[in-house]
Design a protein around this ligand. Sequence first.
Ligand SMILES: Nc1ncnc2c1ncn2[C@@H]1O[C@H](COP(=O)(O)OP(=O)(O)OP(=O)(O)O)[C@@H](O)[C@H]1O
Ligand SMILES: [Mg+2]
Length: 203
Amino acid sequence: MEIKINNLEKYYGNRKVLDIESLIIEKGKITGITGPNGCGKTTLLNIIAGLDKEYIGNITYNGLNLNKEIADKMTIVFQKPYLFKRSVYENIEYPLKVRGIDKESRSKKVLDIVKKLEIEDLIEKKAHLLSGGESQKVALARALVFKPNLLLLDEPTSNIDPDAIEILEREILKFNEETNGTVIIVTHNLEQSKRLGHRIIEM
Ligand SMILES: Nc1ncnc2c1ncn2[C@@H]1O[C@H](COP(=O)(O)OP(=O)(O)OP(=O)(O)O)[C@@H](O)[C@H]1O
Ligand SMILES: [Mg+2]
């Protein structure tokens, strides 16, 4: 999905936190976004995700304004993921359920993604009891499982150990290559944005 941002301004009260004249996020590419704390990275992702509609300016998705069909094809993984008080399995299955995928295919897809991310051991656990890093892995699995056209990642590996980072980065790259899904990844890790990003934006 191609994102075009024009004359975007975002205010909290009368404080301007975003001012972007023009930005194009290329289709099928991984765009890394870096920048200091408080520069508006999360705010920008929330706006692109359609979660924050209080802004001035124009954003198009493949040339169209945001609608239900587009919203269904994108997802955001938050800095602090929110998981339901259910099993990890049910959490990862959820986006497939709401998209009307049948039970058997759901099960196949869930098992496939937990295997890829090497988190099979978490599947029966209660999601709200997971550690910070485990929650991030599950949140990424829940995002990748339905193969979105646009994947928005807000510091997805901030709580992850180095070995697991390697696994998650591998799967993010594979997702992009295999499905041609567009990825925006906010990260404080410059090395990570270099490893993953076709393009890096410094905010
Ligand atoms: N709901 C809100 N009300 C008022 N100000 C807010 C609100 N949310 C964020 N801000 C302010 O807007 C600015 C941008 O916040 P944002 O969370 O987008 O930063 P960020 O670049 O994601 O930072 P970090 O690297 O710490 O995650 C910050 O100064 C923050 O304090
Ligand atoms: Mg942030």
